[in-house]
Ligand binder design. Structure first.
Ligand code: NAD
Length: 313
C-alpha cells in the first residue's frame, strides 16, 4: 500500500485530499495553526503528527518511509500577509525548503508542492501557461513563489522528483471562514452583512476543492520532475457576480452588502491555461452551479463546524 505524507493535511484542501485518497496509508503532519483543524479529518483513517515543516529534526523522523509527500502546509490568507508577512516567509519559503531537503535526505521517490495562480501576479486578458514568468504582488504570493522556486531548484540541482501544481481559487466544504465564500455564506446564513472589496470588479477563476485534489493526484502519478502543472477553474467571474450568486443561494439581497475599501495591491484578475494537465487526462467534474449549491448546503448543515471558528458558538 502506498504510504503518503500530507503536510498541512488538517487544513481546507489538504484534509479534502486526505479524505479522498484511495487505498493509501496516510500520515498527516500539521502545525495546527488557526487554520488547521483536526475536526476536518474526523472519521478518516490516518496517523497524525503535530509539528512544523520548518523543523528539520522532526522531518528527519517523519519523512523516511513515505512513497509520496504532498505539501499543502502554508500560511494561505492574503489579508493576513498584508498585516504581517513573517510567518508567510517562514512557512511558505523556509518550510518548503526544509521539507524538500528532508525528502532528498530520505530518498522520497515522489513529491508534489501545491501552489497557486497568484504567483503570476495579475493579467488583464488571456491566460498564463506554465512558461509565464512569476510576478507576485502580495506577501502571500511572493512567499508561495519562493517555495515553488526552491522546489524546482531541488529538482534541477539535486534530481528530487518534485512537481509543482498551481490552482485557481478553491471553494468547498471545510474552508476556513475567513475566505470569501465561507465568510459570506456564514454571515448570510446568520442574517449578517458582507463586505465586498472596492468596486467588486476583481476577477477570479473558481475551482471546486475536489477537482483541485483530483488534479494533484494526477500530477503525483504522471507529472515530470521540476515541472509546473496548472489546475484551472470552471467559472471565471467578478467578485460582484460571485456575491450575487451567494446572495441568491442564501436567500439574501444586495441590501446585505457593504462596499468596503479595496484590499491593498489587490490583483485584478487571475487566469490559468491548463492544457498541460488536460493532456494527462484531467477534466473537472464539478460545475460551479452544482458545486456552489453543494457547498452552501454543507455550511447550512454544519454550523457546529463553523460557529466556533467565527466565535459564535
Ligand atoms: N485556498 C485556495 O483557494 C488555494 C488555491 C490554490 C492553492 N492553494 C494552496 O493550497 C495549500 C492549502 O491551502 P488551504 O486553503 O487548504 O490552506 P489552509 O490555510 O486552510 O491550511 C493550511 C494548513 O497548513 C497548516 N500549516 C501552516 N503552517 C504550517 C507549518 N509551518 N507546518 C505544518 N503545517 C502548517 C495549517 O495548520 C493548516 O492546516 C496552500 O499551500 C495554498 O497556498 C490554496
Amino acid at each position: 500500500m502506498t504510504r503518503v505524507l500530507v503536510t498541512g493535511g488538517a487544513g481546507f484542501i489538504g484534509s479534502h485530499f486526505v479524505r479522498t485518497l484511495p487505498d493509501a496509508k496516510i500520515t498527516v503532519l500539521d502545525k495546527l495553526t488557526y487554520a488547521g483543524n483536526r475536526a476536518n479529518l474526523e472519521g478518516v483513517d490516518h496517523d497524525f503528527v503535530h509539528g512544523d515543516i520548518c523543523d528539520p529534526g522532526l522531518l528527519a523522523e517523519v519523512v523516511p518511509g513515505h512513497d509520496l509527500v504532498v505539501n499543502f502546509a502554508a500560511e494561505s490568507h492574503v489579508d493576513r500577509s498584508i498585516d504581517g508577512a513573517a510567518d508567510f516567509v517562514r512557512t511558505n519559503v523556509l518550510g518548503a525548503q526544509t521539507l524538500m531537503q528532508a525528502c532528498l535526505d530520505a530518498g522520497v521517490p515522489r513529491v508534489v508542492q501545491v501552489s497557486t495562480d497568484e504567483v503570476y501576479g495579475t493579467i488583464e486578458t488571456g491566460s498564463w501557461d506554465e512558461n509565464a514568468a512569476v510576478n507576485p504582488r502580495s506577501p502571500y504570493s511572493a512567499a508561495k513563489a519562493g517555495g515553488d522556486m526552491i522546489a524546482r531548484a531541488y529538482a534541477v540541482t539535486h534530481g528530487l522528483n518534485v512537481s509543482i501544481t498551481r490552482c485557481g481559487n478553491n471553494y468547498g466544504p471545510y474552508q476556513y471562514p475567513e475566505k470569501v465564500v465561507p465568510l459570506f455564506v456564514t454571515n448570510l446564513l446568520e442574517g449578517r452583512r458582507v463586505p465586498l472589496y472596492g468596486d467588486g470588479g476583481n476577477v477570479r477563476d473558481w475551482v471546486h476543492v475536489d477537482d483541485h485534489c483530483r488534479g494533484i493526484r494526477l500530477v503525483a502519478e504522471l507529472g515530470e520532475p521540476g515541472e509546473v502543472y496548472h489546475i484551472a477553474g470552471t467559472a471565471e467571474m467578478s467578485n460582484r457576480e460571485l456575491t450575487g450568486r451567494l446572495l441568491d443561494a442564501c436567500g439574501a439581497t444586495w441590501d446585505s452588502v457593504d462596499f468596503v475599501d479595496d484590499r491593498k495591491g489587490h490583483d485584478r484578475r487571475y487566469s490559468l491555461d491548463d492544457t498541460r494537465l488536460r493532456a494527462l487526462g484531467y477534466a473537472p467534474r464539478w460545475t460551479f452551479e452544482q458545486g456552489l449549491a453543494d457547498t452552501v448546503a454543507w455550511y447550512r448543515d454544519n454550523p457546529t463546524w463553523w460557529k466556533p471558528l467565527r466565535g459564535w458558538a
